[in-house]
Design a binder for this molecule. Structure first.
Ligand code: ADP
Length: 371
């Protein structure tokens, strides 16, 4: 199709009118034009006719076509017609039969003036968009707001602890007393710095993955060694949980970004610790099956209710039993972990869950050639 402003575009007003009529008729957005004191339909495209149940509209008044909507809409239409500007009415309810029987749906109606050449208003244009489009927009906005508020909360907590610890250590160092305690304060402060760094990296990685830009430094490494390091790091953060590792005696060569794989395991282990607030036993097993390596992280925590399971790996999703008051978190750990596993040709899934705990499984290809 040629662009409209092309040199070959028709100059003839009738030809232009035909083009515009085609444009309006083909639009998936419901469009109509009303005029006269009673607001009669002069133009309505097929998408708009569906809103009227498919019956003929042209010449009918707005009140005849939409008796239920008219009391709420006519004052706005009136205002647009007399004063100008625009008006939007959200949440107009219509019962339509679109081939699946009568269904209720919600619509957003917008009214704008139609001007003639002199500048006088000669009618009102009406557009209607199904509110599910709008709902998706609103949901995205709400999710963004929720993320910002959770992220600032998550960042503030370690920052506040960090501030307190360094202030105390500073005072102790200044007086020269309790130097041993000052050293312990600084050790705890550096743990908080690591936590902050991990959190920021997660947020950055989520952005990079969404933009398709997460760089991987692939090299030959030993999965058993990566798991051992992750287990030691996780164990160092808790004395209420015991992490048992089985099956790491044999080296398992993989071609991977070892830091990213460690990050996946750390995410799984931190979750196993976090979602088992009573403290308990966490079991990590490694096994090889053919050309695949399988790591399982089993905890004895709160489990995941059935209504949350399907969405666990979505970005920013937090389970129905993971309220922020009891369990901190941004809801991006599993999303990131799955993306990293997949970028390595692997898989990550929830293998089992119940009131006595959960099992997450990570599968990665074992390197075929000698490194
Ligand atoms: P976060 O832990 O920051 O909320 P994740 O993406 O790591 O985010 O996890 C998403 C959700 O999955 C959590 O909010 C929680 O509901 C659930 N979940 C993950 N791991 C576990 C686990 N080991 N036990 C119970 N629930 C879990």
């Amino acid at each position: 199709m040629e662009p409209l402003q092309d040199a070959q575009s028709p100059q003839d007003p009738r030809a232009i009118r035909r083009l515009l009529e085609q444009l309006v008729a083909g639009s998936p957005i419901a469009m109509a034009v009303l005029d006269g004191a009673e607001y009669r339909f002069r133009i309505a495209n097929p998408a708009f006719a569906i809103l009227a149940g498919g019956r003929p509209l042209i010449g009918c008044t707005y009140a005849e076509v939409f008796p239920d909507l008219a009391p709420a809409h006519l004052p706005s239409i009136d205002h647009v017609y007399r004063v100008g500007g625009g008006a939007t009415i959200d949440d107009a309810s219509l019962t339509l039969d679109r081939g699946r029987g009568p269904e209720q749906s919600r619509w957003r109606f917008s009214f704008t003036p139609l001007y003639e050449q002199s500048g006088a208003i000669v009618g009102v244009q009406c557009y209607a968009v199904e509110a599910t489009w709008r709902a998706a927009e609103m949901l995205a906005e709400q999710e963004k707001d929720a993320f910002l508020s959770i992220a600032s909360h998550e960042l503030r907590t370690p920052l506040t602890t960090l501030k307190g610890l360094t202030q105390i250590a500073h005072r102790r160092l200044a007086t020269g007393h309790d130097l041993g305690k000052a050293r312990a304060n600084l050790a705890m402060a550096s743990q908080q710095i690591v936590r902050l760094e991990e959190l920021l990296n997660k947020i950055l990685d989520t952005g990079r993955i969404k933009a398709g830009e997460l760089p991987l430094a692939i090299e030959r490494c030993d999965l058993s060694e990566i798991v051992r390091v992750a287990v030691l790091r996780a164990q160092a953060t808790t004395d209420r949980h015991t992490i048992k590792l089985k099956g790491d005696e044999v080296a398992l060569p993989i071609d991977a970004d070892s830091q990213k794989i460690e990050q996946v395991l750390i995410n799984l282990l931190y979750n196993a610790i976090k979602f088992d607030p009573q403290g308990g036993r966490i079991e990590v097993t490694i096994e090889a099956s053919g050309d695949r390596a399988l790591v399982r992280v089993c905890d004895s925590g709160i489990g995941i209710p059935s209504e949350g399971r399907a969405r666990l790996f979505e970005p920013f999703y937090r389970g129905p039993n993971a309220s922020l008051r009891h369990f901190s978190g941004l809801g991006i750990g599993l999303y990131l972990s799955l993306q990293i596993a997949q970028r390595h040709g692997g898989r990550l899934w929830l293998e089992a869950t119940g009131e006595s705990g959960s099992v997450f499984a990570l599968e990665l290809p074992i390197a075929a050639e000698p490194g």
